[in-house]
Write a protein that binds this ligand. Sequence first.
Ligand code: ADP
Ligand code: MG
Length: 286
Amino acid sequence: MGTAFNIENLKFKYPTSKNDTIKGISFNVHEGEIFGLLGPSGAGKSTTQKILIKLLEDYSGQISYFGTDLKKIGKDFYEEVGVGFEMPVHFSKMTAIENMKFFSGFYKNTANYQELMERVGLWEHKDVKVGEYSKGMKVRLNFVRAMLNNPRVLFLDEVTNGLDPKNARIIKEIISEYRSNGGTVFLTTHLMNDVDQLCDRVGFCVNGNLYEVSTPRNLKIKYGKHEVRVEYRENEAIKSSVFPLQDIGYNNDFNTLLKEKEIETIHSGETSMEDIFIIVTGVDLK
Ligand SMILES: Nc1ncnc2c1ncn2[C@@H]1O[C@H](COP(=O)(O)OP(=O)(O)O)[C@@H](O)[C@H]1O
Ligand SMILES: [Mg+2]
C-alpha cells in the first residue's frame, strides 16, 4: 500500500488571525487505512481537512497526494475525493433524492445512492424536502453525498456527530466496508468511540499541534496500566486483588488465587482513549 497523503511541517494562518492556527504538523495517511484526527473543539481539525481538500491553499510546508505536490494537482482531484463537511451541505428546498441527483451530476463515476440511502434509512424519506429533515437525517444524507463519486479518498469531518448510537453504528459499518474495499479515509472527531471502533491510526491534535500518531492498540499498550485485576468471592463478600502483568505466570500469589478462590472477573488494566489523550496532551477532551 502506498501513501495517500504525506504532510510535512504544515503551517497555516487565517488572514484574520494573529497566530498560526496550524503550527507545523507532520504526519501521513496510508492508502487503505482509516486515519483519525482526534482533538477538542478549536484544535484545528476542520482547518487541516480543508487544507487537504485544497479549500485553503495558502499554507506553508509540504503536502503530497499519492506522491504529487498537492498544489500541482488540478480539478481532477475532486473526481477522486469525497468530502463530508461538518455542516451538512444541501439545498433545503429540494428533496433528498433531487439533491443526490444534482450532486451526482458533477461526477463521471457515481455511486448507487439508492443503496446507500436505504442503508442509512433515508430511502423512505427520499421525497421529503431536506429543509424538513431532522439534524440526524441531514448528517446521514451528508454522508451519502460524500460517497456519491465512489471516492478513492474519503474525508469526513465529525461524521457521527449528532447521530443516535444505531445510526452511528451503521455509518461506521459503511466506512469500515469502504476501507476493506481499498478506500482511504481521513476523518476528524472529538469522540473517543469513533477512534476506538473505527480508526486504524489516530493523531492527537490540540491547539494546532499534533502530539502523537499511533494505533489505538499501541497507545493502550504504551500508556495503559500493565496490571491485572482479579475479583473473587470469599465468605460471601466480593474481593479484588491487583497484580503486575509482567511475569504474571510466575506470580505465586496470582496462581494461588486462581486455584483456590471462586473467581468472578479478570480484567487487564485497560486505559481509555480519553485517559490516554489527557496523558499525552495534558488536555481533557470533555
Ligand atoms: N475562517 C476562519 N477565520 C479565522 N479563524 C478561524 C476560521 N475558521 C476557524 N478558525 C479558528 O481556527 C481554529 C481551529 O478551528 P477548526 O479547524 O474549526 O477546529 P476544530 O475543527 O478542531 O474544532 C479555531 O480557533 C477557530 O476559531
Ligand atoms: Mg471542526
